[in-house]
Design a protein around this ligand. Structure first.
Ligand SMILES: CC(C)(COP(=O)(O)OP(=O)(O)OC[C@H]1O[C@@H](n2cnc3c(N)ncnc32)[C@H](O)[C@@H]1OP(=O)(O)O)[C@@H](O)C(=O)NCCC(=O)NCCSC(=O)C[C@@H](O)CCCCCCCCCCCCC(=O)O
Length: 719
């Protein structure tokens, strides 16, 4: 797994071979140990170059090995052997040098990178730290502040930034291996002492204590309970304050804690889940690898409200030509200004020219006649969307894909209003659409595999975590959100406050608790939906019967706040109070607490003490239970799909892996037992009734999450 060749008569060239990313598997490590030894013991060899095959240096340690008994030579002595070699070793970095890949390169005496290469220590994103000497060598090479930044964020840097920081010695636009061989020849015989990074002290840094304190505070705030970023700071502190050998010992101790942690398992699960969702499949048997996407050159967006504007920007940034349609002139002009601003700001951030001329604005739907794909983003109203779809079917050239951006409407119903339902798919974007990472691609029973493949590929090009899901009310994300929000309302009725519920959820790791989130997105959104469902009634009635609607427990609390004009941040009042409409800083509101007291008295409810554990169990297990229903219904193909949706679009803490992974960690039997417990206490709440899939999985011995797919198939075939 590491190939050896003698080139230019006296350079030993070692090529890592482990597609697709040349990860440092046991076989690769063994290959490196053997070939380095061979090069060092060959008197004809004056210097050594290490490179990777297929344009990528190395993607780091083999993450797949972490779950099993690790065999083969360990990384640390392997890298030490390279660093202490008596012949110069040069890393030729193409593509990526990440994690253990960069640590290997830091053990080399020189690093030459291609201008398109990316380098980084992303271990923190996998719940780890750079534990093959990276946390000790990088600060010695580039100084403590820059190393802290790279190691605690895991960000990848370009070759140009790596050169500026001093991580690499040279950047080339030409063949990297040729440049490295030439360089290796030029440094043969030079003294290597100064090139051994582990022998350097860390560059002096004034006010070291203050720096670490400041960084630790920042990291704790943004980590939301994740432990790896904190361990990363501690490891760099060891580099700054201890001799190398002791620093390495500290690195080892910290890694030992992280390596077996649940957080590391969760984060590594997320890494693979994000890649697994690209291998989508539909109940019809259509799959990612047998369905060819259509080539796209020109797209259109209909409706330039907040969503339509974001979608236009996201499309233009992928390089497509976009026709942006808004029938009202004033709105069109406002949208044009907003979209241009977003494109300009985005281009400035990325250091490229803004794609202003890729967008053509029109008031006339006829302008979309020759596009390959349309995304309709008009107001969330089925009659209006149906009308637009009928117009599009008449205007567009044959074969144009018709996509609807909807968060809840029935994609099948819209498809059935068009002569070619196979061309229709839902694309559920999240606001702001050019920023948010998640895209639900919603297929109906008649959506063609090609339409789904095209929407999925487009999502990927837009940089989104794109997940193919079946059509149902709320799709996956919003369908699971409903029981979560309802439980939060019930908890208020029973004695909790918005502050208590939010604190429990935020300590769990959510970016925002349910009530702060509701204030941000607007209470009127849910109110409108509940009105449409016939759930909202006049507020005068009291007693238990008014809290049973359509045969199940219902809390009118959200409706009552809306009747008071409390729509959240935009009105300056909601579950919290704000200094002024639009302000973002939520403050506790005494009015809300008296309102809750009066409401409980009116309905004969006696407030009781509710603790964080009950908040978490009721809100999260209700949400997870709906996830099991979704799997059982075949709306999501596997637990990874649900978890990627929740981590990328709903603020679920990544270090907890997503709701289904969390259920797996807690134990399915425990989740079932707690749901049964709460269902007994609240028999009028159907979403606490454990799903039949959850029961069946527990009955079949609670298989681990990566085996649920098999279990679900087997359980279905036994029906
Ligand atoms: C590299 C990429 C940027 C490429 O991106 P691209 O988009 O081109 O491709 P994909 O992302 O789709 O990937 C393709 C394919 O490859 C798989 N893959 C990618 N990287 C890895 C990998 N590192 N290992 C395994 N497999 C990988 C990926 O899953 C895809 O396959 P799939 O089938 O899923 O579709 C991009 O891939 C990327 O960003 N990769 C990850 C880079 C990364 O995070 N690297 C860091 C890895 S962790 C690491 O290196 C740790 C080191 O610091 C070494 C630590 C030493 C460990 C020693 C163990 C100590 C134990 C401690 C216990 C102590 C006990 C005691 O002492 O007491």
């Amino acid at each position: 797994m590491a190939e050896y060749n003698l080139v230019s008569e006296c350079v030993g060239l070692i090529t890592l071979r482990n597609p697709p990313v040349n990860a440092l598997s046991a076989a690769v490590r063994q290959g490196i140990v053997d070939t380095v030894q061979r090069a060092l013991s060959d008197p004809n060899v004056k210097s050594v170059v290490i490179c990777g095959q297929n344009g990528i240096f190395c993607g780091g340690a083999d993450i797949k090995e972490f779950g099993s008994n690790m065999t083969g030579p360990p990384l640390i002595p392997m890298i030490h052997a390279i660093e202490s070699a008596n012949k110069p070793v040069v890393a030729a970095i193409e593509g990526s040098a990440l994690g253990g890949g960069l640590e290997l390169a830091l053990g080399c005496h020189y690093r030459i990178a291609h201008s398109k290469a990316r380098l980084g220590l992303p271990e923190v994103t996998l719940g780890l730290l750079p534990a093959a000497g990276g946390s000790q060598r990088l600060p010695r090479l580039i100084g403590v502040p820059a190393a802290l930044n790279l190691i605690t964020t895991g960000r990848h840097v370009t070759a140009a930034e790596a050169l500026q920081l001093g991580i690499v010695d040279q950047v080339t636009d030409h063949n990297t291996v040729d440049a490295a061989v030439k360089f290796a020849l030029s440094v043969a015989g030079r003294s290597l002492g100064p090139r051994r990074i582990s022998a350097h002290p860390c560059p002096q840094q004034p006010d070291l204590d203050a720096l670490f304190e400041e960084v630790m505070q920042k990291v704790r705030q943004s980590a939301r309970g994740a432990i790896a970023p904190i361990a990363c700071v501690q490891a760099v502190r060891a580099a700054a304050t201890l001799p190398y050998a002791q620093g390495m010992e500290r690195e080892r101790e910290l890694m030992a804690t992280l390596f077996t942690s649940g957080q590391a398992r969760a984060l590594q699960y997320c890494f693979f889940a994000e890649r697994a969702v690209g291998r989508w499949r539909m109940p019809s048997g259509a799959r990612w690898d047998t369905s060819k996407p259509r080539p796209l050159h020109k797209a259109a967006v209909i409706g330039l409200g907040i969503m339509g504007r974001g979608i236009t920007v996201a499309l233009a940034q992928t390089g497509l030509s976009v026709i942006a349609v808004e029938t009202q002139e004033k709105q069109l002009m406002e949208a044009k200004q907003a979209i241009s601003g977003m494109l300009e700001r985005g281009a400035k951030r990325r250091g490229v020219a803004p794609a202003l001329d890729r967008v053509i604005y029109s008031q006339n739907i006829q302008a979309v006649a020759d596009v390959d794909l349309v995304i309709e983003a008009v107001f969330e109203d089925i009659a209006l969307k149906t009308k637009v779809f009928q117009q599009l079917s008449a205007v567009c050239k044959p074969g144009t894909l018709l996509c609807t951006n909807t968060s809840a409407l029935d994609v099948d119903q819209l498809a059935s209003e068009t002569p070619n339902p196979e061309l229709v798919v839902g694309m559920h974007f999240f606001a702001p659409a050019h920023v948010m990472k998640l895209l639900e691609v919603v297929y109906g029973p008649r959506s063609s595999p090609q339409a789904v493949a095209t929407a999925m590929q487009l999502g990927k090009k837009m940089g989104k975590a794109s997940v193919a899901v079946g059509n149902c009310r709320g799709f996956v994300g919003n369908r699971m959100l409903k029981p979560y929000i309802e439980e939060a309302f019930f908890l208020l009725e029973e004695g909790a406050t918005p502050e208590l519920v939010d604190q429990a959820l935020e300590e769990f790791g959510f970016a925002m608790g349910v009530f702060r989130m509701s204030d941000l997105s607007g209470l009127d959104v849910g109110w409108r939906i509940r009105k449409g469902d016939g759930l909202v009634e006049p507020s005068t009635a009291s007693g238990r019967s008014t809290r049973i609607r359509q045969g199940r427990r219902y809390s009118p609390l959200g409706d009552l706040l809306c009747e008071e004009g409390r729509f959240g941040q935009k009105t300056g009042r909601g579950w919290y109070q704000y200094d002024k409409p639009g302000s973002r800083v939520a403050r506790s509101d005494p009015w809300l607490h008296s309102f809750l007291g009066a409401y409980r008295a009116q309905h004969g409810l006696v407030a009781r003490r509710i603790d964080h554990q009950e908040v978490l169990e009721r809100c999260l297990y209700a949400l997870i239970n709906e996830g099991f229903h979704i799997l059982d219904d075949g709306i999501a193909a596997g637990p990874e799909d649900i978890d990627v949706i929740y981590v990328s679009g709903y603020g679920w803490p990544r270090h907890r892996g997503g709701p289904m992974f969390y259920a797996n960690m807690v134990g399915l039997a425990k989740v079932l037992e707690r749901l049964e417990h709460y269902q007994q206490l609240h028999p009028e709440v159907p979403h606490l009734q454990p799903s039949s899939l959850l029961r069946r999985l527990v009955a079949s011995g609670s298989p681990p999450i990566h085996k649920w797919g098999e279990a679900i198939k087997k359980l279905h075939s036994q029906l």
